[in-house]
Design a protein around this ligand. Structure first.
Ligand SMILES: [Zn+2]
Ligand SMILES: [Zn+2]
Length: 396
């Protein structure tokens, strides 16, 4: 036994002697989700049992400083993944700042185009600061499987929606950006969390037609408790025991609505609201979830996990991450060439940079395609190298 191993064994013995250790030991380390109090908007941080961090949405611009403060308190090093559920300001307002100050290894959004300046600016920051940019596009080899991201110790985040090009984006809905929100299920042992962004009834109806196990211990309620979302049929499928509504006090939208609160009550879900309860923290040991709220006294709510083990949907859900995916606004059939560089007629690849950015991209790069900023073309890679560094998303 090396001295390090001996030291480790001793440490484990010491920890084992502490009260509470036996509880945590059942499923190794806990998985924690912080639903931050960011006012009218969404921002939640997942910390996996092995310490992997995923930020889902970045709140409204007003909460930028608060979000950065909380992340600095909870996260060491860059975030492993930042997910923007959809390109609305109350979900992306603090993200550029987070990417610059805390940093992120990967960024994922639905890939649904949105012509707002805030979203354009964010994509430029993503291009500069994030190594890998992705959308939850199905693997062409396994089109029926869902993108699932392993977070260590059996915890996984599976993206249920969107599924472009396998299923086209929803259009002609109350709000297409909302309807194409990333919906993801985080599973750990018998417990699960469902993140819904601002999903609309169309999203819920589309999902309900699929062979997916929606059962979740904790539901992040869609669209801040807006009355159209969280339909009775969807809630019946999710069967949440606790529901978190991320919402601002006295907001202009009347969120959360009495209709949704009533439907959650009918499902017997205990409701937590960031406007009344402050930050809500849910901790899972793989068998049960303890939910506590910053401004609520008394003990944590403890709910047993009743999620069946096994995959969230049929088929293996093991696709890893990819560097590029469906470019915005292109037809579904154009997405197979994911990592190929389209060649110019002359056979020479083309290189571009975006205004204000320190990096250059391949012509096929998704970041480039997403951005409407002015671009500069270089005569050759060598010329590009003289002025910029290669982007980490497309490795030109
Ligand atoms: Zn929203
Ligand atoms: Zn929205």
């Amino acid at each position: 036994m090396t001295s390090f191993a001996r030291w480790l064994a001793l440490l484990v013995l010491c920890l084992a002697a502490l009260p509470g250790w036996a509880l945590a030991q059942s499923a190794s380390q806990p998985l924690t989700v912080h639903f931050f109090d960011v006012g009218q908007g969404d921002a939640a941080l997942v910390i996996s049992p092995t310490g992997k961090t995923v930020l889902i949405d970045g709140g409204p611009p007003e909460a930028r400083a608060h979000l950065e403060k909380r992340l600095r308190e909870l996260v060491q090093g860059p975030l492993d993944l930042v997910i923007l559920t959809h390109p609305h300001l109350d979900h992306l307002g603090g993200l550029s700042n987070v990417l610059r100050t805390v940093g992120a290894r990967r960024f994922m959004d639905p890939g649904f185009d949105h012509p707002s300046e805030a979203y354009r600016d964010l994509l430029n920051v993503v291009g500069d600061e994030v190594g890998q940019v992705m959308t939850p596009v199905p693997n062409p080899q396994e089109p029926r499987t869902l993108l699932s991201i392993g977070l260590g110790d059996g915890a996984a985040l599976t993206v249920l929606w969107p599924r472009v090009p396998e299923d086209p984006f929803l259009t002609g809905t109350r709000s297409d950006p909302n309807s194409n929100s990333i919906v993801a299920k985080l599973t750990y042992g018998k417990t699960a969390f469902l993140f819904t962004g601002d999903a609309e009834p169309d999203t819920e109806a589309t999902l309900l037609r699929k062979d997916i196990d929606f059962t979740s211990t904790v539901l992040k309620v869609a669209h801040h408790g807006g009355r159209h979302s969280s339909t009775a049929a969807f809630l019946a499928a999710v069967k949440p025991q606790a529901a978190v509504i991320s919402v601002g006090a006295k907001n202009d939208y009347g969120h959360p609505t009495s209709e949704v609160l009533g439907r959650l009550r009918a499902e017997k879900a205990e409701v937590f609201r960031t406007d009344l309860d402050g930050e809500v923290v849910a901790t899972s040991d793989g068998t049960a979830v303890a939910v506590r709220a910053e401004k609520r006294g008394g003990p944590s709510l403890l709910v047993a996990g009743e999620v069946k083990p096994g995959p969230v949907a049929q088929g293996p859900i093991t696709r890893g991450t990819r560097k590029t995916s469906a470019p915005r606004g292109r037809s579904a059939s154009s997405t197979d060439s994911e990592s190929d560089t389209p060649q110019r007629a002359t056979g020479e690849p083309r290189y571009f940079s975006l205004k204000g950015s320190k990096v250059f991209h391949k012509e096929s790069c998704k970041t480039l395609k997403r951005s409407k900023s002015n671009r500069t073309e270089y005569a050759s890679r060598a010329e590009a190298m003289r002025e910029r560094r290669p982007a980490e998303d497309c490795h030109p």
